[in-house]
Design a protein around this ligand. Structure first.
Ligand SMILES: NC(=O)c1ccc[n+]([C@@H]2O[C@H](COP(=O)([O-])OP(=O)(O)OC[C@H]3O[C@@H](n4cnc5c(N)ncnc54)[C@H](OP(=O)(O)O)[C@@H]3O)[C@@H](O)[C@H]2O)c1
Length: 156
C-alpha cells in the first residue's frame, strides 16, 4: 500500500492501522525523519514498511513513491491518499496563495497519486486494487465535490 501523507495525523494513524492488519506500507511525506521513524516503529513491531520522501504536488516524486513500492514489494494494490491541508481564513482576506496551495495538495496531489498507480493497477488484478482518499477536507468543501466527480471511493 502506498500512503502519501503518512507523517502525522489521520495518515499516520491509518498507515499504522493497515500495517497492523498485515499490509505492507510505503510511507510518504515531506518530513523525512517522521516517516523514517514510523517505518522503524512498524518494522520493529513485526510489520513491513518503507519510507520515501515525497511532495505530492510534484508528479515525478509521487511516481517515485509508487515505483519504490513496486520495486521493493512487487506490486501496489492500494493507494491511500492522506496528504491534505486545510488553511482557514475569511474569503475577503484574499489569501489566494493559500487557496492555490489547497488545490495543489488536495486536488492535484490526489491526481498525481491516481496517475502514479493506475498503470500498475491496470497490469495487475484490478479486483484487488483500490484508490482511497482520506484527509481531504470538510464535508461540503469544493475539494470533496471535485473528488466526487472522479467517482473514487471517499473516506470522510
Ligand atoms: N484531523 C481531523 O479530525 C480531520 C477531520 C476531517 C478533515 N481533516 C482534514 O484532513 C487533513 C489532514 O488532517 P490531519 O489532522 O491528518 O493533518 P496533519 O497532521 O497536518 O497531516 C497532514 C499530512 O499531509 C501531509 N502533507 C501535507 N502537504 C503535503 C505535501 N505537499 N506533500 C506530501 N505530504 C503532504 C503531511 O506531511 P508533511 O507535512 O510531512 O509533508 C501530513 O502527513 C486536513 O486538511 C484537515 O483539515 C482532518
Amino acid at each position: 500500500m502506498s500512503s502519501p501523507g503518512a507523517s502525522s495525523g489521520l495518515g499516520e494513524a491509518a498507515s499504522k492501522y493497515f500495517a497492523q492488519l498485515g499490509a505492507t506500507v510505503v510511507l510518504g511525506a515531506r518530513r523525512a525523519e517522521r516517516i523514517k521513524h514510523l517505518a522503524m516503529e512498524i518494522n520493529s513491531n513485526g510489520g513491513k514498511a518503507l519510507a520515501v520522501t515525497v511532495d505530492v504536488t510534484k508528479r515525478e516524486e509521487v511516481k517515485g513513491l509508487v515505483d519504490s513500492a513496486v520495486k521493493e514489494f512487487g506490486r501496489v494494490d492500494v493507494i491511500l491518499n492522506n496528504a491534505g491541508i486545510m488553511p482557514l481564513s475569511p474569503m475577503d482576506r484574499l489569501n489566494v496563495d493559500e487557496w492555490n496551495k489547497m488545490i495543489d495538495v488536495n486536488i492535484k496531489g490526489v491526481l498525481n497519486g491516481v496517475a502514479a498507480v493506475l498503470p500498475y493497477m491496470k497490469e495487475q488484478n484490478q479486483v484487488r486494487s483500490s484508490i482511497l482518499l482520506l484527509s481531504q477536507g470538510i464535508k461540503y468543501s469544493l475539494v470533496r465535490l471535485f473528488i466526487q466527480q472522479l467517482n473514487l471511493p471517499f473516506v470522510p
